[in-house]
Design a protein around this ligand. Structure first.
Ligand code: GLC
Length: 481
């Protein structure tokens, strides 16, 4: 099968969050399936262009028509990729040049990603790759099916398109005039993008794609409710027959405690006790916490954003620290008030709390390895990857039973049996604290059972093999339709 994947980010080249991880592992997993040819298209952000590790050759150059604009596009093929995925970067310094290092958040994001979506289809024509299916991701590439089914239909008469929602909060809103001024689409597409007189790019993707997926089964169900859907519930309800959830995997080669180059000690499920103790000791030293082997180390690696459930943690943090002997370590950047809160907490409890307000992938790995308990009280979570990373490194998750957290962390009882982690049902700080305390008590009162649970987490199959198979089934379903 010929598969073209399009996204605004993809690790290891460029990553701001989970989408970047998925765009590293999913194309690779699909390319390992016999008979598949996989092409991945990404913007050539300046930081990729400047990275000398990536050897490229220019394979095409043309203009993209965007309303009244004609915008340059240079297409560069990556020469040194270790698997069979063909990666192409689309170059235009006006849209993807130095923007203060960030990849999103500019007032012209709508135009930038409309350009990218259209340039992707032009690229396929120039490299002569007419795919059986296109898989595109989040609002930044949600215009791909809109263009595909209108202006580009004569060039791609049989190509089917899947649109995948990783984050419904960002939808690509623009003023109504954006449709005429930038998109240059036929009048018949207007209604598909219109939401109360404004343009909503994600709506266009949902309405026009052949199938819509999201990144866990529970989240696909939750999206039918206004509480989760950020205004998109009625659009999704109208397309419910097209919507499926496929729970993400993680890249089990990158996230592997036996080989991870960021770790100073390596281990597997058999050597867990010794390996983790060593990682924990060094982590405590690195982040400025007392090197105590017996104290439970609670950790979190997260964007400091509201929906990650940080308000619950803020609410219970002091109580937790006063009532329980534990250490708390947070890594991440984001909303100022959360950054301030954790820095203050660190000042108040210097021997107990460490707040690392930064983005550091190597430290993240050392935290998954050195921590005992991983906190993820997200208010909503389409899938979530870090709970799986944590489990792969033998760190027990305490999570809110929502979205992908519900699907990947079945609940254990107070004895640590029957599931993989400690969960709470309603989004409430006391319930979160309750789940956390159950976990802490198992840690302290029954170390053997805690160990057994850690080993069980480490032995789970979080690889992309199964999800990639499900994507293939849906691709086939689109082709047959
Ligand atoms: C987004 C979601 C996250 C998901 C990731 C990859 O970042 O918020 O839950 O795991 O995309 O699909």
């Amino acid at each position: 099968m010929k598969i073209a994947i399009m996204a605004s980010e993809g690790a290891p080249y460029v990553k701001s969050g989970g989408l970047g991880d998925v765009m590293e592992a999913l194309p690779s997993a699909l390319s390992r399936i016999e008979g598949n040819e996989v092409v991945l298209l990404l913007p050539y952000y300046q930081k990729i262009l400047k990275n000398e590790a990536y050897e490229v050759e220019q394979v095409a150059c043309f203009d993209v028509a965007l309303g009244w604009r004609q915008q340059y596009a240079g297409v560069y093929r990556l020469k040194n990729r270790s698997d069979s995925v063909q990666v192409y970067f689309i170059d235009n310094l006006y849209y993807f040049g130095d923007r203060g290092g960030a990849i999103y958040g500019d007032p012209d994001d709508g135009e930038r990603f409309a350009y990218f979506s259209k340039a992707c289809l032009d690229t396929l024509l120039h490299i002569d790759f007419i795919p059986d299916v296109i898989q595109c991701n989040d609002w930044q590439t949600s215009l791909v099916p809109v263009y595909l089914k209108s202006l580009y239909a004569p060039h791609f008469p049989r190509t089917k398109c899947m649109f995948t929602i990783h984050n419904i909060e960002y939808q690509g809103w623009a003023d109504g005039y954006f449709f005429d001024d930038v998109l240059g689409l036929p009048e018949s597409s207007r209604e598909r993008l219109d939401m109360g007189g404004s343009v909503n790019c994600m709506k266009g993707g949902i309405e026009t794609a052949d199938l819509v997926t999201t990144v866990s089964e529970s989240y696909a169900r939750e999206l039918m409710y206004p509480y989760y859907a950020h205004g998109m519930d009625s659009v999704l309800a109208g397309n419910a027959g097209k919507l499926t959830g496929i729970t993400n995997g993680i890249d089990v080669n990158t996230f592997n405690p036996e080989t991870d180059p960021a770790l100073r000690a390596h281990y597997n499920a058999q050597t867990l006790t010794k390996g983790k103790a060593s990682c924990k000791k060094r982590l405590q030293q690195e982040v400025g916490l007392p090197q105590r082997a017996d104290v439970p180390l609670l950790v979190m690696v997260t964007r400091l954003a509201g929906h990650k459930g940080l308000d619950l943690l803020c609410y219970i943090a002091r109580r937790l620290l006063l009532e329980e002997d534990c250490q708390l370590l947070i890594l991440g950047t984001g909303e100022q008030h959360f950054q301030d809160f954790f820095l203050f907490l660190q000042q108040e409890f210097p021997d107990r709390v460490s707040a690392k307000i930064t983005f550091d992938l190597a430290l993240a790995s050392r935290i998954y390895a050195g921590g005992d308990i991983y906190l993820m009280p997200s208010k909503s979570e389409p899938c979530g990857l870090s709970q799986m990373n944590a489990m792969r490194y033998g760190t027990i998750p305490v999570v809110h039973a929502t979205g992908g957290l519900k699907d990947t962390v079945p609940p254990v009882d107070a004895e640590g049996e029957g599931g993989l982690g400690f969960t709470f049902q309603s989004y409430n700080a006391d319930d979160f604290l309750g789940a956390l305390k159950r976990c802490l008590h198992l840690y302290k009162d029954d170390p053997a059972k805690f160990r057994a649970l850690q080993r069980k987490c480490m032995r789970q199959d979080f690889s992309w093999d199964k999800p990639a198979g499900k994507y293939m089934e849906l691709f086939q379903k689109m082709i047959n339709s």
